[in-house]
Design a protein around this ligand. Sequence first.
Ligand SMILES: [Zn+2]
Ligand SMILES: [Zn+2]
Length: 353
Amino acid sequence: MKAQVFRGVKQLSYEEIPVPSIADDEVLVQVRVVGLCQSDIKKILYPLYEPPRIFGHETAGTIAAVGSAVQNWQVGQRVVVLHHIPCMHCDYCLNENYSMCDTYKNITTTAGFQPSGGGFAEYVKVPGHIVRNGGLITIPDHITFEQASFVEPTNCCLKAVKKAQIGPGQTVLVTGAGPIGLMFIMLVNYFGGRAIATDLIPSRIDKALSVGAEAAFDARDPELPQKIQVLTRGMGVDVSLLAVPSDKAFFQALDCTRKGGKILFFAEFPDEVEIPINPNILYRREIDLIGSYSSSFRLQALSADIVFNQRIDVDALVSDRYSLKDLAAAVDQAVAPTPETFKILIYPEVTEE
Ligand SMILES: [Zn+2]
Ligand SMILES: [Zn+2]
């Protein structure tokens, strides 16, 4: 089969490798669509992981083979593949901090080499513990593979929305209107909140409005805090969601968030960035700073419900489709987005039906 093998920083190699062989309790999935995630891009561009590896984790496909001991799954079923599943019994899991669980962090789905997701290949192997513990989700007939590939990123955004306790009537500042920011806008609306978005790119500001933001502004607008005051009866927003790794965006969020409000860090900052802050600002205004990384096992069913029942319009997020062979070009486009670049999806060359 073909796969995009990470051979070193910024080195993707399109290679012929063996189809993974499966054990009795494992499942082989033929990849139909895989989303290109910001985290994949970081793993390709920075020296974070030893090569060789095959990344890609927003995977939707068809079951191509099942081990002899696998129950409840058959060849031909359309599924979303989750690349990590928590152990459910460590201290982190018992406190619903699933993404801190060692079992969760240890990615085991693989197309070959050190397991790293494996979606950037024609076939990916799903290990027994993921098969047994809810890591395969059936795609309903009316949902395309493309739509289904959004279950994982939806979960990550949903987890952040839940951690920030966004609910009916709340106002939320979403900094950055790329694919993640747009999904936040949709989810804020779904939970009855009002989204106000910022971005630097005019087309993204327009896009934010078209997917449901109540207002959207240029992030450089010096009047932004005043404009937000007007929209929030002089209060400021209840929650700011940082969908861009920018200290400027953080300080802007601080200026726009009401007393007693929350600021949630979603985008991963470069490691060398430090943000100096006078703690009394947090103390006197009782601002909560929250981090949210990855997805929540507990929100899996709701994420699938949101995507499969089309409670958010994931089609509106897709801007580009590349074949697996051209993954490097897709990464280039994601790093230097055109005004019309939003979510990029990758299609493997399917050689057999
Ligand atoms: Zn992802
Ligand atoms: Zn655990």
